[in-house]
Ligand binder design. Structure first.
Ligand code: NAD
Length: 297
């Protein structure tokens, strides 16, 4: 999407990744409505970005994503203030698991669903909207395996965000509604959310492996996602690695495993097609292809 003159709302953007995403959108010529439950930092950021990009380009509206009325007011007030319809909505507000699994799930997935349901109804062309783009801030935690019981809710929530993006991010849905849905999956970035990370050795190990990125580094991948990638794309952002799209091959992989399970059952009476047998199956396919190529050429 060309974001020039487009209007974007970013939840949880008083600071951290959301604020860095706002900077990239503003640099590309968009109008940005910052929003956050923390209005003190949010208003500071609005003033700072207003000085840099022009006061008419950026505004702050307080919004607690746990509160449906706040979400509705955010959207409606934003359109009134800027005098145009919203084109881009970023579900970015988030917390880590330390305040407890329920709050983590409420903010990191339930509120994302709530905002998405509301925004889809507003943007959906088949309901009188003009289409648009929803960008979800997921995480590498939404793709990889969980690292500890304490953080289980964060991993579950972020997997949900990736699943939501892929469910809605289909070409058919885009044709029907005019709404693109994407997500960004960063590893660790230096923001307030990881302040208390040292308490958790499992997380520390992940930090050691991938390093910690700056919010600006993640935001560079964010703007590439928004301006150059297609609906359903989940972009992974790792330190010192060019961003890449993490394609979901689970459907194709399921078909391969189903074929293997059937074959091993009919040929050897295997009842459960375990990972070890799957490796044998893949090796057999590899050798068969190799042999075929040898015979042909
Ligand atoms: N920093 C990382 O390492 C990292 C990695 C992957 C994904 N993420 C995700 O990035 C997003 C942004 O986090 P961040 O790293 O910038 O952290 P951050 O703490 O700097 O920013 C999160 C913002 O969300 C706001 N927020 C919290 N609860 C809210 C609520 N109920 N309503 C509205 N706003 C609320 C906070 O006030 C804060 O300003 C989160 O979804 C997070 O899960 C972060």
């Amino acid at each position: 999407m060309n974001v020039q003159d487009k209007l974007a709302i970013i939840t949880g953007s008083a600071q951290g990744l959301g604020k860095a995403f706002a900077v990239e959108l503003l640099k590309a010529g968009a109008y940005v409505c910052l929003s956050d439950v923390n209005s003190e930092i949010g208003e500071k950021s609005m003033n700072e970005l207003g000085e840099r990009f022009g006061k008419e380009k950026v505004f702050f509206i307080k919004c607690d994503v746990l509160n449906k009325d706040d979400i509705v007011s955010l959207y409606e007030d934003c359109e009134k203030i800027f005098g145009k319809t919203v084109d881009i909505f970023c579900n970015n507000a988030g917390i880590n698991h330390t305040p407890g699994w329920k709050l983590c799930m409420d903010i990191d997935i339930m509120a994302v669903m709530e905002c998405t349901e509301y925004v889809l109804d507003k943007m959906d062309m088949s309901k009188g909207g003009k289409g648009g783009l929803i960008v979800n801030t997921a995480s590498l935690a939404g793709i990889g395996p969980g690292v500890s019981r304490e953080a289980a809710s964060y991993f579950v929530a972020k997997h949900g965000v990736v699943a939501l993006t892929r469910t809605l991010g289909t070409d058919n849905y885009l044709r029907e509604t005019g709404v693109k849905v994407q997500c960004i999956c960063p590893a660790f970035a230096q923001t307030a959310i990881i302040q208390n990370i040292d308490q958790y050795s499992a997380f520390s190990a992940v930090v050691k492996k991938f390093g910690v990125m700056t919010p600006e580094y993640v935001a560079d991948a964010f703007i590439k996602l928004v301006t150059r990638c297609k609906t359903g794309d989940a972009i992974v952002v790792l330190n010192d690695v060019p961003p890449f799209i993490y394609q979901d091959y689970s459907r194709e992989w399921t078909m391969v495993l189903a074929a293997g399970a059937k074959l091993f059952n009919s040929a050897f009476g295997v009842e459960i097609f375990t990972p070890r047998l799957q490796m044998v199956f893949l090796l057999a396919i590899f050798l068969a292809v190799h042999l075929l190529l040898y015979i042909i050429f």
